[in-house]
Design a protein around this ligand. Structure first.
Ligand code: PLP
Length: 444
């Protein structure tokens, strides 16, 4: 019999073959897929079925902030499982209330309630719905170079509940946020880039008609798009525009929240207070799927006497709630956020900048905490991105040396768990150094 203590004998090839025979993968053309197989993990380390270990500097999809198999989170889930495995959202439970309380304890002071979802995309869907209902306006401005989730068609196809506006098919527009490295030299300082982006946003608001815009939805630090840390004044400037035009500000902290940046929320480092915050990933490191919306007192009050037409069967699932309680408690007791800040400041940041001095292929290094991107260019002058074949070779070299990376376009995202040690960072930096040397040497 197969038990957790005695996993069945499986080779990597067996696991991949079973996967390829049966699993339809997301974000992929199926034919060419060659997924890696993984059997277990602990902390920053993850291993396959044949005992090969990797440093997980991807944190999977940048979500395992507490590291793999944290014993307190596993125990929290197991205890809840033994007590009550599922509960409808309409009922009250201590664990769900405590999970929301612990999230609010680390959120800005104007926040008063938590709406739970199953992940990040539906958190953003519901935040947008709240903003539209609260303002009575339709449009939502977000940025090019952002990622907010992959849902929306389901409600368009839905035949019942037609009185809910078809909010996915209308009123979305995009603006260019600040990205100094690729502003094509229109701006040369972070301050100019911030000013340019804010002026462009203002013109867009005026041209669209402020009275038609419900919300501006931004990742506090766009993650998948390249860890684009906003320049000084940008987020405060967006907040000021929101206030001037009566627009709500939704900050998407799905990737950047819960220790990733060395703060509880990325927004803590900026002079900005949003109306709604969306979260998922790091809140429980993905041990159980969960996400949600943190709602300001003012917006929550809108729904005191009015129905909020949104809900999911598994909203506030007890296992998810238990994992959140255990995870945030461990973050507090083990000072995990502080560790992420220290690692970014003293090890990862300086280490990556030192690599940039040794490798001309590194065009820019940016980030904070355990949230970094290394942008690779074929030529520093023109900033031409390296091609996909180059990134494929980098990925292969990193894996061969035992580092599991998160690669996006021409970037290595260096995003270990927030629990990562200085020694693990030193090993990872040495591997990146060798891998870049091997690829550029091989191509010279
Ligand atoms: N928002 C941001 C900033 C994300 O990075 C992601 C996922 O990577 C999402 C939303 C979507 O989250 P999910 O995949 O849990 O739906």
């Amino acid at each position: 019999m197969t038990t957790l203590d005695s996993p069945r004998e499986t080779s990597n090839a067996d696991a991949v073959a079973r996967d390829r025979a049966n699993v339809f993968h997301s974000w992929s053309a199926q034919a060419a897929l060659k997924p890696l197989a993984f059997a277990g993990g602990s902390g920053t380390t993850i291993w396959d079925y044949e005992g090969n270990e990797y440093l997980d500097f991807s944190s999977q999809l940048v979500n395992v902030n507490i590291g793999h198999q944290h014993p307190a989170v596993i125990a929290g889930i197991q205890n809840q499982l033994a007590q009550l495995a599922t509960l409808a959202p309409a009922h009250a439970s201590d664990v769900r209330g405590t999970a929301a309380e612990k999230i609010l304890a680390h959120a800005p002071a104007n926040m008063s309630k938590v709406f739970f979802t199953n992940g990040g995309a539906d958190a953003n869907e519901n935040a947008i719905r709240m903003a539209r209902l609260h303002t009575g306006r339709d449009k939502v401005i977000s940025r090019y170079r952002s990622y907010h989730g992959n849902t929306g068609a389901a409600i368009v196809a839905t035949g019942d509940w037609r009185r809910i506006p078809n909010e996915y098919a209308r009123g979305h527009l995009h603006v260019f946020g600040p990205y100094l490295y690729r502003s094509n030299f229109w701006a040369t300082t972070p301050e100019q880039e911030s000013e340019r982006a804010l002026e462009y946003l203002r013109r867009t608001i005026v041209a669209e008609g402020a009275e038609s815009i419900a919300a501006i939805l931004l990742e506090t630090i766009p993650g998948t798009a390249g860890v684009l840390v906003p320049p000084p004044g940008y987020l405060a400037g967006v907040r000021a525009l929101c206030d001037e035009f009566g627009i709500l500000l939704i900050l998407d902290e799905v990737m950047s929240g819960f220790g990733r940046t060395g703060d509880w929320f990325a927004l803590d480092a900026f002079d900005v207070v949003p109306d709604l915050i969306t979260f998922a990933k790091g809140v429980n490191s993905g041990y159980v799927p969960v996400g949600g919306v943190i709602i300001s007192e003012e917006i929550a009050a809108t729904f005191d006497e009015r129905v909020f037409p949104g809900g999911l069967t598994y909203s506030g699932h007890p296992l998810a709630a238990a994992s959140i309680v255990a995870s945030i408690t461990a973050f507090e007791e083990e000072q995990i956020v502080e560790n992420a800040a220290m690692i970014g400041r003293d090890h990862l940041g300086p280490g990556l900048l030192a690599l940039a001095e040794r490798h001309a292929v590194i065009g820019e290094v940016r980030g904070r905490g355990v949230f970094w991107a290394v942008e690779l260019v074929a030529d520093r002058e023109s900033r031409t991105p390296v091609d996909a074949a180059f990134m494929g070779a980098v990925k292969a070299q990193l894996l061969q040396r035992g580092l599991l990376p998160f690669i996006a376009d021409n970037r290595i995202h260096v995003v270990p768990p927030a629990t990562v040690s200085a020694e693990e960072v030193a090993s990872a930096l040495a591997i990146i150094d060798e891998a870049l040397g091997a690829v550029t040497g091989a191509r010279a």
